[in-house]
Design a protein around this ligand. Structure first.
Ligand SMILES: CSC[C@H]1O[C@H](OP(=O)(O)O)[C@H](O)[C@@H]1O
Length: 343
């Protein structure tokens, strides 16, 4: 499995996902600004991975501090976490990771400056490592729901390229392969940024998972022909009532799944559950630039100056979700996330 982020030899290496599947290029990110733009420009993306990168970004911000007045130290950390929080608005993992790093920093008052920095790096590494265990547990919980030989559809990339390893929606696909099961996977290309074609098809194909790439507009006919046993997507934010924000195009998949009686599952690490957001209506939906719709790798795919609407996410109402699978267990409707994840 390809790793999208590595901390090694005292440096942060980020795989530039804008170059996949053609080039596999890792770049060193040395400053909090480097991490901000890597998230904003989608060199790295995917809710859990955004959180992990932001955690390292807070450490890189601390690294530049050369004074040990704790009030000033905290002021700097707070400024830089607010800066990183501006990178993308929807994936709650970003804010979860920033809050966790800020809370950690508050506990370091009596340490030397070097030990403060060391402790923040250790916290970022913990967030990174914990994510791997979370994803494996999500996969294990999914295998209680799925059966060998099933055909699964997925949307966008909620794979190892969106996390530390295994992915969330793809975790059961990798674990099934470990168990000698054979899933057939349909990966939706996921216009406009093609995370499904460029990333999900890439990582599953290179891992020997049976994956077939389809255009987004082909999903309905496969369900109508009874060829899909389950749909599994990731999530960027789950509201307290179970409404779920995920990549644009997820909502229409869920509506069609309901119509054709296909189970619609969401793979959710619990840091993606946001109890402070009551329903999907309150989830901020990122709108991205028109170039993502009108160009691909510099080739125009629409007339110059055309008006474009480019929301990066949509919200699937909880009524359309068969189950929410987390590392702590499987949550069934009615969803009331404040009940200890409802597992
Ligand atoms: C593991 S969930 C990843 C989640 O993030 C993706 O969005 P983006 O590529 O814009 O960061 C997509 O919504 C995935 O489901």
């Amino acid at each position: 499995m390809i790793s999208p982020i590595e901390w090694r030899d005292g440096k942060l290496y980020i795989l530039n996902q804008l170059k996949l599947p053609v080039e596999k290029e890792y770049n060193v990110k040395s400053t909090v600004e480097d991490v901000f733009y890597a998230i904003k420009d989608m060199e790295l993306r995917g809710a859990p991975l955004i959180g992990i990168a932001a955690a390292y970004g807070v450490y890189l911000a601390a690294k530049e501090i050369d004074f040990n007045n704790h009030q000033e130290f905290m002021k700097h950390i707070e400024e830089k976490t607010e800066y990183l929080a501006q990178s993308r608005p929807t994936a709650v993992n970003l804010f979860w990771a920033l809050d966790r790093m800020k809370e950690k920093a508050k506990t370091l008052e009596n340490l030397s400056l070097d030990d403060k920095k060391k402790s923040l790096l250790e916290e970022a590494i913990s967030i990174h490592k914990e994510d791997e265990a979370i994803n494996r547990s999500i996969g294990e919980n999914f295998l209680k729901l799925l059966k060998d030989g099933m055909t699964i559809m997925t949307h966008c990339n909620a794979g190892s390229l969106a996390t530390s390893k295994y992915g969330t929606a793809t975790s059961p696909m990798y674990l099934a392969k470990e168990k000698g099961w054979s899933f057939k996977v349909f990966a939706n290309e996921t216009r406009p940024y093609l995370q499904g074609a460029r990333l999900t098809a890439y990582e599953l194909h290179h891992s020997g998972v049976d994956v077939t790439l389809i255009c987004d507009n082909m999903a309905g006919s496969l369900m109508a022909e009874g060829k899909i046993d389950a749909i599994i997507t990731g999530a960027d934010r789950v509201a307290a009532n179970g409404d779920t924000a995920n990549k644009i195009g997820t909502l229409q998949l869920a509506v069609m799944a309901k119509h054709y009686g296909v189970p619609f599952y969401v793979a959710v690490p619990t840091p993606t559950i946001d109890l402070s957001t009551p329903t999907g209506k309150e989830i901020p939906i990122e709108e991205r630039g028109s170039h993502e719709v009108t160009n691909w790798f510099g080739k125009a795919t629409a007339p110059e100056g055309i008006k474009v609407f480019n929301p990066a996410f949509d919200v699937t109402p909880h009524q359309l979700i068969t189950a929410i699978v987390t590392e702590k267990g499987i949550i069934y409707p009615p969803y009331n996330m404040s009940r200890g994840w409802g597992c």
